[in-house]
Design a protein around this ligand. Structure first.
Ligand SMILES: [Zn+2]
Length: 123
């Protein structure tokens, strides 16, 4: 199995509804996002996926989150924007757009330098 990973980031605000603690109040993060794509076979160029293509797909997904209050977005009105749910959201959005030769392994979202959440839903 081959795997490739890209790192991206975005900045946004959020708050966690019904959370008893400081995260209940609106605050911001510079989120770091790891996207890992895997494939058993390489494409005709010897790649899992062109890094540029994966970055382009990821950038479009993250642009919807960047400089927003996540709680204002429809998806996060019904799904609390925790790091776990944000990772799942990004995963599902990217997964629909990948070429057929590869699949998404996981998406990891770093909320701080020391805390991250990972989502994976491989078939
Ligand atoms: Zn937070």
């Amino acid at each position: 199995m081959y795997k490739v990973k890209i790192l991206k980031s975005f900045s946004s605000a959020h708050y966690l509804a019904q959370y008893k603690g400081s995260c209940e109040v609106l605050h911001g993060h510079n989120w770091k996002v790891e996207v890992v794509v895997e494939s058993k076979e390489l494409n005709e160029l010897g790649m899992v996926i062109d890094f540029r293509e994966l970055k382009k797909i990821t950038d479009l997904v993250l642009a919807e989150l960047d400089h927003k209050c996540l709680n204002d977005l429809e998806y996060f009105k019904v799904n609390n924007p925790s790091s776990e749910i944000i990772a799942q959201y990004i995963y599902e959005k990217i997964n629909r757009q990948l070429p057929s030769n590869c699949q998404l392994d996981k998406v990891r979202v770093w909320e701080t330098d020391n805390s991250c959440a990972t989502y994976s839903n491989k078939k």
